[in-house]
Write a protein that binds this ligand. Structure first.
Ligand code: MD3
Ligand code: FE
Length: 226
């Protein structure tokens, strides 16, 4: 929703927040921002690095502690990578599929994540984990909180690639009303501070073909996990 002067209208859910933009950033919560197209100028250099990471640690569908296979396929790079299986959710130094350390986080990934964090006023972001999610049509992520990281004072930076998706940005209880935010190829979302433990999710991916990525959406999330 926009006013005629192009100022985004703050939904009631976030009625207590102050300005709705910060430079180029759209504010979706007190300390959460969408940076439209922020990654686009980096992608020619970034996509080959992503290919190499995926060669070393291919996507796999993991099982939740409750015994459900996730529709989203996952992998990681960086010192720590995230895993779920019947015994729980955790960060590990090794890829459980190979027993080898996760592939290193490419310097360019780290630099992009830091540039995005700084744009959203989170200085000195030092990510040690990059989770990589792949959505094919129909894949979704139900409402959850990201709370497996040791220290919630660091923000999380997320980058969307390929097909568009609708992101759900909720409150602090699963039943709270959530805001729907469309995310497109090259968009970055940064959230932290008071918004760090908000519930969030992704609606089922609609079928389509992206000129660069094909019939999928890839999301990278940069975190300080350890
Ligand atoms: C959380 N990924 O990997 S990231 C996840 O698009 C995950 O693949 C989703 O949730 C994905 O854990 C969403 C983007 C995001 C954006 C804003 C948030 C997550 C957020 C605000 C508050 C909490
Ligand atoms: Fe999450």
């Amino acid at each position: 929703m926009m006013r005629s002067d192009d100022t985004p209208i703050t939904p009631d859910l976030f009625a207590d927040q102050a300005p709705t933009t910060l430079g180029q950033a759209e504010r979706i919560g007190q300390q959460s921002f969408v940076l439209r197209g922020f990654a686009l100028p980096w992608l020619d250099r970034l996509l080959p690095e992503l290919e190499a990471v995926l060669q070393a640690a291919p996507f796999r569908q993991m099982v939740t502690p409750g015994g459900f296979t996730m529709s989203v396929a996952l992998t990681s790079c960086g010192a720590l990578g995230w895993t779920t299986d019947r015994s729980g959710y955790r960060y590990t130094r090794e890829d459980p599929q190979t027993g080898r350390p996760w592939p290193a986080m490419p310097t360019l990934f780290r630099e992009l994540a830091q540039a995005a964090a700084a744009t959203a006023q989170f200085e000195h972001f030092e990510p040690d984990a990059c989770l990589i999610n792949r959505y094919v049509p129909g894949a979704r992520m139900s409402l959850h909180q990201d709370k497996d990281e040791r220290d919630f004072s660091a923000p999380i930076v997320s980058m969307s690639l390929g097909l568009p998706a609708v992101f759900q940005f909720g409150g602090f209880e699963r039943s709270d009303k959530s805001l729907r935010v469309p995310l497109f190829h090259g968009d970055i979302v940064v959230w932290g501070g008071v918004d760090r433990l908000r519930y969030h999710g992704v609606l089922p991916l609609k079928p389509g073909q992206h000129p660069r990525l094909g019939a999928q959406r890839i999301n990278l999330t940069f975190r300080t996990a350890g």
